[in-house]
Design a binder for this molecule. Sequence first.
Ligand code: ZN
Ligand code: ZN
Length: 116
Amino acid sequence: MLSGLRLILKGDDGDNGACLICGDKATGKHYGASSCDGCKGFFRRSVRKNHVYACRFQRNCVINKDKRNQCRFCRLRKCFRAGMKKEGEQNKFLFPIAGSCTCHSSHHLAPQTWAS
Ligand SMILES: [Zn+2]
Ligand SMILES: [Zn+2]
């Protein structure tokens, strides 16, 4: 139960910690959450193909290194709960960032009210 806590306290010893989804060794941050390659690939496949999974149980399956393949519904749900996001989704509602565009057109000049 404490593994999540340890993960946060564990610092910069070159260890990426544990996968937030299944507890396997994480290989880094993928889609916004520390995860192993298995869960990274699973999440990517799931969102790319818009898979809709169903849980055969009570939607509270244990997802760990050994059982992570038993319920894709619960695994994917755990991915989202761990903070994973579809590619590009976090930018969807953002306006174009001034400076990222070199076209000098007026839309970058509009929000002058921030300046003061
Ligand atoms: Zn994993
Ligand atoms: Zn399940």
